[in-house]
Design a protein around this ligand. Structure first.
Ligand code: FAQ
Length: 311
């Protein structure tokens, strides 16, 4: 019976067992996974846009090779996660349509413009740093294909994070103007990055249920704190200051104190009012349309070879 299956499922979750694609799962569990994983996959694909715009402006061949590799990794991450979602019975074409129709989200981080090359470093240091805080706990998510995809992605995110920090270190060793660029870039990206962890726990619609199902292992506020604890000393070592006057080490809590981002601003952003949202979606729609012939050709080739392989 349905109740029996549900009880068995809950017992497996409680025993910390992995749920696999062919296993029975409640509809809400499947829906939550599709929602959260889609948000991640779309973020990787949309997240290619702000950085890709700067590949042609890289200041050296070395920086260009690194940035090219990073953007290609993001395409790969998007594909791993879309493939993991396909195990839940939703295909990539449908997910892309739902993104373009505004029915699914991507991280609001990418609705902000990249203004200088320092931003390329900052997005990697802070944005990928935050992605690591989000994704390392997801390596222990209860859904097997999701957890396994996260494991591979996290290794590459660490490289992204470090190259960004190294880029900023090089700029901080440069001229006063370059140092000012890094500080200015940090000031623009700090709050958008703090928003990557979602609303505060008290206002998070999904946290409680997702924690119970072990899709989420750590709450939004705990991940935000982890991020601040990681980024604050890194900023200090770099010689820059995040735009938060409350940011300081609290020896009693053994964590950094910090100010929350402006949640009204967050609500506005995620309600579709991001400064670059229309541009990001239009670009995605155009490249998807222009890539139709590749998908058709790949399908035709696969169909022809299917026969050949069987024979
Ligand atoms: N932007 O109830 P909760 C990268 C929405 S980039 C937009 O707390 P949940 C690569 C949320 O969807 C990062 N929307 O939700 C890269 C929900 O809306 P809904 C990719 C946001 O799911 C780096 C509503 O608010 N990683 O890796 C945002 O339990 C650099 C209520 O929120 C992921 O996406 C936001 N920031 O917790 C590439 C991680 N925050 O569905 C290039 C996967 C919240 O009710 C450069 N996702 N919302 O309409 C997660 O871990 C979770 O979904 C959270 C939110 C923690 C983001």
């Amino acid at each position: 019976t349905e109740a029996g299956l549900e009880a068995e499922f809950e017992a497996r979750i409680a025993a910390d067992e992995r749920i696999e694609p062919r296993d029975w799962m409640p509809e809400g569990y499947r829906r939550t996974l599709v929602r959260q994983m889609s948000q991640h996959a779309h973020s990787e694909i949309i997240g290619m846009q702000p950085e890709a715009e700067w590949i042609g402006c890289a200041p050296s061949l070395r920086r260009k090779a690194i940035l090219l590799a990073k953007v290609q990794d993001e395409a790969g991450h998007g594909l791993y996660v879309y493939s993991a979602i396909e195990t839940l019975g939703v295909d990539r074409a449908e997910l892309t349509e739902r993104l373009l129709a505004g029915e699914q989200r991507y991280s609001a981080l990418f609705d902000h413009p990249v203004r200088t090359y320092a931003d390329v470093g900052t997005i990697a240091w802070l944005g990928d740093g935050a992605a690591i805080c989000l994704q390392v706990p997801a390596c222990r998510a209860s859904y097997g294909p999701y957890a396994r995809a996260m494991f591979r992605i996290c290794k590459e995110e660490s490289f992204h994070h470090r190259q960004g920090y190294e880029l900023l270190t090089a700029m901080m060793r440069g001229t006063a103007e370059q140092r000012a660029m890094v500080q200015e870039s940090l000031e623009r990206w700090w709050w958008p990055t703090m928003m990557m962890f979602g609303p505060p726990n008290a206002r998070s619609t999904h946290t409680e249920r997702s924690m119970r199902w072990r899709i989420k292992r750590v709450t939004n506020d705990e991940m935000r704190q982890q991020f601040v604890d990681m980024a604050a000393p890194q900023a200090e070592a770099l010689g820059v200051r995040p735009p938060d006057p409350a940011l300081r080490w609290n020896p009693e809590r053994e964590h950094y104190d910090y100010t929350d981002p402006d949640w009204a601003d967050f609500e506005r952003l995620i309600s579709g009012d991001g400064p670059l949202r229309a541009q990001r979606i239009a670009h995605r729609e155009r490249v998807h349309r222009e890539g139709a012939w590749v998908r058709e050709a790949a399908l035709a080739y696969a169909r022809r070879n299917e026969g050949a392989e069987v024979g």
